[in-house]
Design a binder for this molecule. Structure first.
Ligand code: COI
Length: 382
């Protein structure tokens, strides 16, 4: 007999007894969430087999912390997922002071829930805040906030292999201002959702990319290396058109010479020739992806000759294989790349490239603790 209704009502009772809207200490929150852990996935309304990358299964609790000039960051609290109220004069709505992160919590083969390299996101969030003239969130507070958000939403973590709990930390200039300047106050929030594969077609289906020549994503001295919200909407004009023409996404070239690969709208890019793997270097125009860095380290440890150096579009068109990396996309094999009307097919239709598959398997085995975490990347929540 199924015990689901009983478990569900206990989980609901727990939420009623400890209303998430009330500020709670971190330990209280984690303790409460740990109790729910035994009742994980009691949410009958999530279909774990059809998860996509969206907000259909947005998690019930989110983290919010506020910064003011006088007090700095408050201790933060968990509240039900819902609107944050800001004035039309909020800096972020007028001048765009906003950065974000993407992270994932997953069920591991040890039966616990883990997050991947949260220290790296904390460091990038700090660097991004400095670039955007925002007060940085102390790295320890960032990591604790991530842990608390996951712990409060354990019932949204998919079964191992079915997806992950995607976390979206945001730092926003929410205070009002009229003249151009930094916001007088800020909000740091983290919401989460149960997600599956990013690209249509599923995780291991190769994607078709188009090399974009009219627009650039970033320029030297700009903010391409910052995970600023403002870097992601200008790409839509090309991405949407490419999608209409059957491509999954576009690859950008460098703004100076239109010669070198930069990145895809949503992820970093790697090219493979024999045992050599290359990815464009971090020179301020490319997002320093946590997955990018992990793949560089992982591929080296597996004996590949890995170079972070400029990659010409011609080299990419001659490569044996191309793949992309990112938190949302994980590792995604590129089936074809089209440049100036010429299409280079890297893989058999529907089949992922060998190196992409190897990297995907190795990375996700570490992320789900199926393989030993020699690098110390995985951080348990419960
Ligand atoms: C991520 O990979 O987590 C990102 O933030 C990219 C975003 C376009 C989905």
């Amino acid at each position: 007999m199924s015990n689901r209704p009983l478990l569900q009502s206990r989980a609901q009772c727990l939420r009623r007894c400890c209303p998430p809207a009330a500020p709670r200490s971190r330990l209280h929150t984690i303790a409460a969430a740990a109790t729910v852990a035994g009742e994980r996935r009691s949410k009958a309304n999530i279909d774990w087999d059809t998860l996509g990358f969206g907000l259909k299964d947005v998690a019930g609790s989110m983290y919010v912390s506020e910064w003011t000039q006088d007090k700095g960051w408050d201790q933060g609290k968990l509240v039900p997922y819902g609107p944050i109220t800001i004035m039309p004069s909020a800096q972020v709505l007028n001048y765009g002071q906003a950065i974000f992160e993407g992270m994932k919590a997953q069920e591991s083969s040890k039966g616990r829930v883990v997050v991947f390299r949260p220290d790296q996101n904390a460091a990038r969030f700090k660097a991004g805040a400095a670039r955007m003239s925002m007060p940085s969130v102390p790295e320890e507070q960032f990591v604790e906030a991530v842990k608390a958000t996951v712990a409060a939403n354990l019932d949204y973590v998919p079964p191992i292999g079915k997806g992950s709990l995607y976390l979206r930390p945001l730092l926003l200039g929410t205070g009002p201002i009229l003249g151009l300047g930094p916001a007088p106050s800020y909000t740091f929030t983290i919401f989460a959702a149960a997600v599956g594969a990013y690209f249509k077609g599923g995780q291991l289906t190769p994607i078709d990319l188009l090399v974009e020549e009219r627009f650039h994503r970033a320029a030297p001295g700009g903010m391409g290396g910052t995970k600023a919200a403002g870097n992601y909407s200008p790409v839509l004009v090309t991405q949407l058109e490419a999608k209409k023409n059957g491509f999954a996404d576009v690859v950008y070239l460098d703004a100076k010479t239109d010669t070198y690969l930069e990145e895809v709208s949503s992820c970093n890019i790697f090219v493979v020739k024999g045992r050599t793997i290359k990815t464009p270097p971090l020179q301020g125009t490319i997002l320093p992806g946590v997955t990018r860095r992990s793949i560089v380290e992982l591929a080296r440890s597996r004996g590949y000759d890995v170079h972070e150096e400029p990659v010409t579009v011609h080299e990419a068109m001659e490569a044996d294989e191309v793949f992309t990396t990112g938190t949302a996309v994980v590792v995604s094999s590129v089936g074809s790349m089209t440049y100036r009307g010429q299409r280079k097919q890297y893989t058999e239709p529907g089949q992922a490239g060998k190196v992409a598959l190897e990297m995907y398997a190795n990375l996700t085995d570490i992320q789900t603790e199926r393989a030993e975490d020699k690098f110390g990347w995985v951080v348990p929540i419960n």
